[in-house]
Each structure stands twice: as C-alpha cells, then as structure tokens.
Design a protein around this ligand. Structure first.
Ligand code: S3P
Length: 439
C-alpha cells in the first residue's frame, strides 16, 4: 500500500508547528535527572520523545502525561538500575544523549533500537564516554552499533574533547556526562551546533561557559552540579515548520503563515537560505522559554531562485536537506549542496535517499560524496514517482510535500515513521489544502 500526494491548486492557512523534537527530548531527560517535580508544556508527543520518556521511567523517574503536550516529570536526582533493556526505537538523539546522561551513575544498561538506529554509528559518543570512564559491552554483531550495553560510574573523569564531526548529539552526551564527572569537562566544536543542551541545562539550574573559538566554540561544565526541577515550555520545531514553509513556497498562489517559528541561530539555516530564494514576511518577534520566535508568512506565487547553502550554515539546517532538495527542484537554476557528509549517517543515507527521491520524480540531480547538485525545473517538477522512504520520516514528508505542486502525483512506500517527529503532519497538510491519501 502506498500513500499518494496529488497536486492541488492552492495551499493556504495558519499553522502552529508541533513542539521541537530536540527540546522535547532534553526537557524530559533533564527533568528526570533533576530532583523534584518539573512541569513541561508543548511537548512533542512523537514516538522518539515518548521513547525517551519511557527510558526515564525505566531509570526511576515518574513521567506522567496530564493533557495534550502537558507532562509532569518527577526526578530522583539520579538514575536507578533499570530492570530491562531500553528500546530507543528510531531515535539517535534519545539514545546518544541518554548514554551521556546515564554514564555518571553506577548502572549497567542494555540499549537497543529499530533497524535504522541499529545501523547508525555510536562510537562518536561511546569513544569520549569511554575516555571519561564509562564501559561498553558489545551485544550485537557490529562494533559500535546497537544493541550494546553501557556500565556507568560515579567516578567519571572530566575530559577536554574535540569531536571529529560537528554534532550536537556528541557535544550534549559529553556535557551530560561532564555534569557528573570530577573536574571541568570541555567540548571544542569545530562548528557551532544547536545549543539547546547548553540553554536548557542553564534553565535547570546548571552553570556552563561558552566562548567562540575559531569558526566554532568551546563549551565547558564543572562536574558535580545538581539539576533543579522547573517549568519548561517547548518552543515549536523549525525542522517540522520547514515542510510547511516549503509547501507554501512551491505552491501556486499560496498564503501560508507559520506561527511561532523558532529563530535560534543554531537552527535557522533553512529560514536564512529561503530568505534569499523568495519574499517572506517575518513579524511578531517574541520569546518562548528563552528562545526567540517569529511568525513567517509566505504569499503569492514567487519564482524560487536557486541558492547554494553556505557550508557554515550546514549544521544549522542539517535536518532540512531532504526538503531543501525539493525546493531546489522547483527553483530556477542549479543548486549545489556541499559540506554535508553527515547526511550519510542520519535515519537513512539522506544524500542517496534525497537524490533518489528527486530522480524518480524526473529531476536531474548529481550525487556528491558530501552533498548533491540539483538542476531546478523552474516550477515544473514532473513528479509521478514512488519514493522509497527507508525508515526515514523526513524523506517521506519531503516527497509528500513535493506532490502538492508537481505536474503529477508523488507516492511514498511508507508513512509510519512520520509519527516519530511530526504526528500531526497529515492533519496540518490537510488544513493547508493538500490532498494526501492511501492508494
Ligand atoms: C539533534 C542533533 C542533530 C540532528 C538531530 C537532532 C539533537 O544530529 O540531526 O535530528 O537534538 O541534538 P547531530 O548532532 O548528530 O548532527
């Protein structure tokens, strides 16, 4: 059974995107590590985040849903030995950050995940955590991949670490382990990645220091700090908003408003690049839980101008390249995406999956080791293909968005994974006037 997105005449409406996935994971995790009761609102109730909630329960916290997006988390100020293995499903963020969070407690925890997560590299996080004193036992056949077990320690050593890749997950895992280590843990990032861990740890009462260092930054945390329970409103997810913005940008005669778009500079690469491709109205700047948000309105039928994302913006739009590839297909001119080799180790190999998505829909595209080159169709994308989604939510959503304005319907082989990050995707697309159904 496939799902088909059929071209529609007009996309219009006003949408508040769901809670941010990165902030939602962290809100539950940090509240579970703190002692006392925290109240979280606006939580993304996607499968990935619910898995993190379940992991925290297994580690001794009480995690209770009290309403839509409203959760109460009661932490013990430490993690307890869980009885069973923890299953992180599809979630790289949940599994990698929790490894760092668990590393500072004397517990042995087995971790597993679905087929996609079990093929993703974990050594990027395990290596620095080993240096700090955590032990790792391989369970599955592939070294450095799930399933595996970790044994934490209350005697972790602080490290001064320069990750070989720009990754917020690596930075976060090391900082979370650093919270319970002896001494000052330092992470030197070659390029700045999303800073939700730093901002939110401060919101939960921890002290951190950040300073620019070359093109990147240096973040340090003194070990032995206790987190304080608190209240947290999750701002909306710019990575989910990107699908709605793209729908407005490719659709003839659109009028789409995204309310409360987070503009944290470590997340707003996509918004920055599309500003150069079309006219956007950006208004109503305000703060939600320390994060700046705005409303973005897209109107009329602008011709999209092909624009190459600068490599320094890659970490700030790392999850948006599949949908950016779709925009590039509708634009006039050639788009070159480079410096994005990290896409090879996401929920799927997103360079290959995006190239195939575009090709099967009649777009000329060249695969590079670290990106791809798209020949834009100036609004006339043939469509008509069936896209292989490869357990990747963002590939599925990108293809379905393409279908609303292609010359022919676009189909996908699976939509189940969309619930990991954007359970309201179909509802929101229908509100905008899209025609997506099972076929
Ligand atoms: C995330 C960091 C990014 C991103 C992922 C969420 C996070 O991964 O792709 O969806 O919440 O820290 P990397 O840090 O591995 O690039």
């Amino acid at each position: 059974m496939v799902w088909i997105s059929t071209p529609v005449k007009r996309i219009s409406g006003q949408i508040v995107p769901p809670g941010d996935k990165s902030c939602s994971h962290r809100a539950i995790m940090f509240a579970a590590m703190a002692e006392g009761t925290s109240y979280i609102t606006g939580l993304l109730e996607g499968d990935d985040v619910l898995r993190t909630g379940e992991a925290c329960r297994q580690l001794g916290a009480s995690v209770i849903k009290t309403g839509k997006g409203a959760w109460t988390v009661q932490g013990l100020g430490r993690f307890q030995q869980p009885e069973n293995a923890i299953d992180f499903g599809n979630s790289g963020t949940g599994s990698r950050l929790m490894m760092g969070a668990m590393a500072g407690y004397p517990i042995r925890v087995s971790l597993c995940g679905d087929a996609s997560l079990s093929s993703r590299p974990m050594n990027r996080v395990l290596n620095p955590l080993r240096d700090m004193g955590m032990q790792v036992t391989q369970i599955g056949p592939h070294e450095g991949q799930l399933p595996l077990a970790i044994t934490g320690s209350s005697e972790l050593r602080a490290i001064d670490y320069t990750p070989p890749v720009a990754s917020a997950q690596v930075k976060s895992a090391v900082l979370l382990a650093g919270l319970n280590a002896k001494g000052t843990t330092i992470v030197r990032e070659p390029r700045k990645t999303r800073d939700h861990t730093e901002r939110m740890l401060e919101g939960f009462g921890a002290e951190l220091q950040s300073a620019d260092e070359g093109e990147g930054q240096r973040v340090s945390i003194v070990g032995g700090q206790k987190l304080r329970a608190g209240d947290f409103i999750v701002p909306s997810d710019p990575s989910s908003a990107a699908f709605l913005l793209a729908a407005g940008l490719i659709s003839p005669d659109a009028d789409v408003t995204i309310e409360g778009h987070m503009t944290n500079p470590t997340r707003s690469g996509f918004l920055e690049v599309i500003k150069g491709m079309a006219d956007l109205d950006i208004t109503n700047q305000r703060l939600v839980s320390g994060e700046e948000v705005v409303d973005v309105r897209i109107r009329g039928k602008d011709r999209l101008v092909a624009t190459n994302p600068p490599e320094e913006l890659v970490p700030a739009m790392i999850d948006e390249f599949p949908i950016f590839g779709v925009l590039a297909a509708f634009a006039k001119g050639e788009t070159r995406i480079t410096g994005a080799e990290e896409l090879r180790v996401k929920e799927s190999d997103r360079i290959r999956a995006t190239v195939d998505l575009l090709r099967v829909n009649g777009v000329e595209v060249e695969e590079l080791e670290d990106g791809f080159i798209v020949q834009g169709c100036d609004g006339k994308v043939p469509g008509g293909g069936t896209v292989e989604t490869r357990h990747d939510h963002r590939i599925a959503m990108s293809a379905l968005v393409m279908g609303i304005a292609a010359q022919n319907p676009v189909a996908v082989d699976d939509v189940a994974m969309i619930a990991t990050s954007y359970p309201e995707f179909f509802e929101h697309m229908a509100q905008l006037g899209a025609d997506i159904r099972e076929g």
